[in-house]
Design a protein. Sequence first.
Length: 436
Amino acid sequence: MNKLVSSWKARLVILVVAIGFGLGAWQLFGKTNQAKVSYETIVAEKSTFISSISGSGIITSGNYTNVTTKTAGVVSKVYVTNGDTVTQGQKIAEVELDDYAKERQSAAWVAYLEAKELSLAAVSGKSEADIAMWQAQQAVIDAQEALDDLNNGGNNPATDEEYTESERAIIPKTLDQKREAFTVAEAKYLNADADISNASAKVTAALRDYQENSATIVAPADGEITDLALAEGLIVAASSTTSQTSGATIVSAQTVGKINNSNGQLIATVNLTEIDIINVKANQKVTLTLDAYEDKTFTGKVMAVNTNGSVSSGVTSYPATILLDPVSVEIYPNMAVSVEIITSIIPDVIVLPAAAVQLIGGQNSVQVKKDGEVATVQVEVGDASDSQIIITSGIREGDEIITSTITDSSDKQDDTSSPFSGTGGGRGGFGGGVPF
């Protein structure tokens, strides 16, 4: 019996010692294995929110103008040399035309005179359309008054007799007819400006065609003449082809020089997606970079947006035309360009990194650190970009906002994660769960 008691006591002592040893080991090793958590934070402050759309394309018009001619014959006189400064319309050279070139010059002159006549007719047509519109409007007023007299009872004021059955039927129809006539007259007047613009464009094109077929080659713009390939006695001959459909002869202009303008404006064309194009408007500011000038940033604005688009391999793209501000470097057509189109500039708002805002329980939230404590705060959001988001309410300037959580464990490995890790409310990346 004593042996059994002694054995039981011995086992109890061993158990107590084992428990004590385990508690000591936990105190010694367990605490050191606990992860240390720290936070990356920023201070909420007001700034200017800028949202932009990225795109790429090419320079479609360089800061020079080609000197071209469609004429054919022998150069009889050259008035300028490379490096000379010229003004638009200044004579560059004279050509003794061959017979075929003389015919083209005469035909181009006739076409120019006809275009001018059509332009004058368009201007006159607007005046006539204006008069016709006001006459049609007066006719509507008269017809309305006649209907009012009919509805008010009494005699026909024109005859001072009772309205006949025929008059009672005709008067309402007359008003409808006069209204339709006014609609047609008004549309014709409103379209008159477009007719004038089209006619003016045809005059410009006809004049340019005449100049290109003229015996006198002139400067198409102001600037410095370069790459001039003309000399007295040289034969010039424009190439021509025959149209497969009309049989007409099409003469192509040949380039005989360039006029550089270092202050000239350049044009770039970029293709945008159907998602981006709806946010792009004319006159929006643009910043541009070119591979040829990696250390420079250029500026400009959106000049036009082609909303018709084009489809290639099932993908629709929409070209936007960018007008660059004057530059002081040489930029040539077909150079690659990257652009940032600024779609929104909102000053004096609280802006946070997009990753700092998460969707928890259907509400946009941020984590705020104050006096060593972390609290989740619901916020209202405004405009957003790929990297930033506007906070309209919920926090104030000076609040310390957690942008990420850093876990430092005993194995010396750091783990950086969302400040909302473990809450079950993460949005899985920007735009994935925040209802902007």
